[in-house]
Design a protein around this ligand. Structure first.
Ligand code: JFZ
Length: 435
């Protein structure tokens, strides 16, 4: 008895001694539910839009060309995206089958694409356009029934109080030290506006932490910032493109330019967590509008990338850089429409699924919903496909597209599908009914 009490008090002591920080983030019920809904959505469209669209060489032009911050700011006086029509954007994006839009509210250039009290350097106060494009977009997303997520940069190449990192050093600002307290307060004030004035926000998508990678002790005070977001909107997911495994307070793990587990772009290699996963990728090669980049991925590549994400249990966030005149590039709109045609037929094998019990293979992979296993064949030069399903019982196999039966053989190690011909579709989906 005494031993037991002793053991108990020891346990209690240990619990109390644990650093408070490690225990401090407990996602709420709403947040956990939002995570599952996020995973169900599978497909979002990223929009990188800012003053940089006018320079038409991507969103990093300010730092890449060491443009002076006061000169750069003059772009605002000429920003008049006369063809901007939120209803048209949202309709084109919805047609792709995407379920959410992630919009750059303020990118590294430091210009706010929304109405903010905390800086005049914003689209309403500093441009002749004078319209809060974020408000128009938010209203339209509500109306057309699509989620809205907000990108928010932790770096700022314009503000004098922003602490310098590895980028933005040649923009002519006077003080490398900045004023962290002032800048941190500014960011939290803006985040409060974003989470108060624009209806329900699906996620805040942070970016820029890697700018201090040569100063690893830099304290971004993330936990307090994350807590503010969760307090304002408990179901808003916090994501951060820091290229590491998630930190406390985050609800999503982001990958950039690579699917989880791959690292062709050199920005990945981190472990994969159990949080919802999202990979962002460009439709051509650049995030912000780049006039010379017509190197768009084909519809087939885009669809296969989306399927590749789904079999890896990840969402795909596919980017478009809107033009300075306010329109989406025509090629991008075409790709959206073609992806949407495919999703109309095959959406059932993507939305609401999770990565299936047969993992990714060079030929493709599987998604799963209940007792249905969808085999996505993307690249197979054979009529036979072996599936390592030794511990499963397959009741039925059929082509998803027309329900025609697929023959299969069972052996010790699993099942072999015997297709009628070598698959040539973008994605030949075989539906298996498991017991
Ligand atoms: C970041 C942004 O810088 C970029 O503009 C875009 O928004 C993308 C989605 O996210 O991409 C990065 C991140 C890190 C580095 C470069 C680009 N890096 O470490 O040099």
């Amino acid at each position: 008895m005494q031993m037991k009490t002793k053991a108990l008090s020891l346990l209690l002591l240990c619990c109390l001694a644990l650093p408070l920080k490690a225990q401090s983030y407990q996602p709420t019920e709403e947040n956990l539910k939002a995570r599952q809904e996020f995973r169900d959505k599978k497909f979002g469209i990223f929009l990188h839009w800012g003053l940089y669209a006018m320079l038409a060489t991507g969103e990093w032009t300010m730092t890449n060309n060491d443009l002076n911050y006061k000169e750069y700011a003059k772009l605002a006086g000429g920003f008049y995206p006369s063809k901007f029509d939120a209803a048209k954007w949202v309709a084109a994006i919805k047609a792709s089958g995407a379920k959410y839009i992630t919009f750059t509210t303020r990118h590294h250039e430091g210009f706010s694409m929304f109405d903010t009290k905390y800086s005049d350097y914003n689209i309403v106060d500093a441009t002749p356009f004078k319209r809060d494009v974020l408000k128009e977009l938010a209203d339209e997303c509500q109306k057309q029934g699509i989620g809205l997520h907000l990108y928010y940069s932790h770096i700022d190449w314009y503000r004098e109080d922003a602490v310098w990192g590895r980028t933005g050093r040649g923009t002519g600002r006077p003080n490398p030290e900045g004023d962290w307290d002032s800048y941190y307060t500014f960011m939290n004030n803006q985040l409060t506006e974003l989470l108060t004035n624009y209806g329900p926000i699906g996620a805040i998508w942070f970016d820029g932490l890697w700018d201090q990678d040569q100063n690893p002790d830099f304290d971004w005070e993330l936990e307090e910032q994350y807590a503010l977001i969760h307090k304002l909107q408990p179901s808003c997911l916090v994501a951060n493109n820091h290229h590491s495994t998630p930190f406390p307070g985050e609800d999503v793990q982001i990958f950039e330019r690579d699917l989880p587990g791959e690292n062709t772009a050199g920005l990945s290699g981190q472990d994969i967590s159990s949080l919802p996963l999202e990979t962002c990728q460009t439709m051509n090669g650049m995030w912000g509008y780049k006039i010379t980049d017509q190197n768009y991925k084909s519809t087939k590549e885009l669809i296969q990338y989306l399927v590749g994400a789904a079999v890896k249990d990840a969402n795909l966030l596919m980017n478009i850089g809107p033009q300075p005149d306010g329109e989406l590039p025509e090629v991008a709109v075409q790709r959206l429409a073609e992806m949407g045609e495919w999703m109309k037929v095959y959406g059932e094998t993507i939305y609401g699924t999770r990565g299936g019990c047969v993992g990714p293979h060079p030929w493709g992979g599987t998604t799963q919903k209940g007792n249905k296993l969808y085999v996505h064949i993307l690249d197979l030069q054979d009529k036979a496909l072996f599936l390592p399903l030794a511990d499963k019982k397959v009741k039925k196999a059929s082509y998803f597209v027309d329900g025609k039966p697929v023959k299969f053989q069972k052996n010790q190690a699993g099942y072999t599908l015997l297709l009628n011909e070598v698959p040539t579709d973008i994605d030949t989906v075989i539906e298996l009914e498991l017991n």
